[in-house]
Design a binder for this molecule. Structure first.
Ligand SMILES: [Zn+2]
Ligand SMILES: [Zn+2]
Length: 127
């Protein structure tokens, strides 16, 4: 964190900052921000910004896949679509889902924390 971020963080979490935010959200600030957001969305600049945002995301597909893949697994486990298994290497029951291919959201290997990290370290070394 930079000095400035630290300062902002401190302020945002201080009673003064919290009260100020609350006042802003409860009062006029709420309407102003909703209206200006709607205006911003309709404006050309806003549309351009959203387009740029999407393009930016397209440039880092791997990060997106990673995040998507993780949340897909979490959801699938919660809904009982996928059953958590024990570590394929050591049999530990405390496992994490490891994606061999992030584009195949629900194809995972179950590994304990230790072996999961190990696999990633090995994979990184190999490139
Ligand atoms: Zn293990
Ligand atoms: Zn993994």
């Amino acid at each position: 964190m930079t000095k400035r971020q630290q300062y902002t963080y401190k302020y945002n979490h201080s009673p003064k900052g919290i009260a100020a935010r609350k006042r802003y959200l409860e009062g006029a600030g709420k309407e102003v921000s909703i209206k200006s957001q709607a205006r911003w969305k309709k404006s050309i600049a806003g549309k351009e910004a959203r387009k740029r945002e999407r393009a930016k995301l397209k440039n880092i597909p791997f990060e997106i896949f990673k995040t998507k893949a993780r949340s897909a697994i979490n959801k699938a486990v919660l809904r009982g679509k996928i059953i958590k298994k024990s570590c394929v290497i050591c049999g530990s029951v405390k496992t994490e889902a490891h994606h061999t291919d992030y584009s195949k959201l629900l194809e995972v290997t179950w590994l304990c924390g230790e072996h999961h990290r190990h696999i990633h370290r090995t994979a990184e070394r190999q490139g």
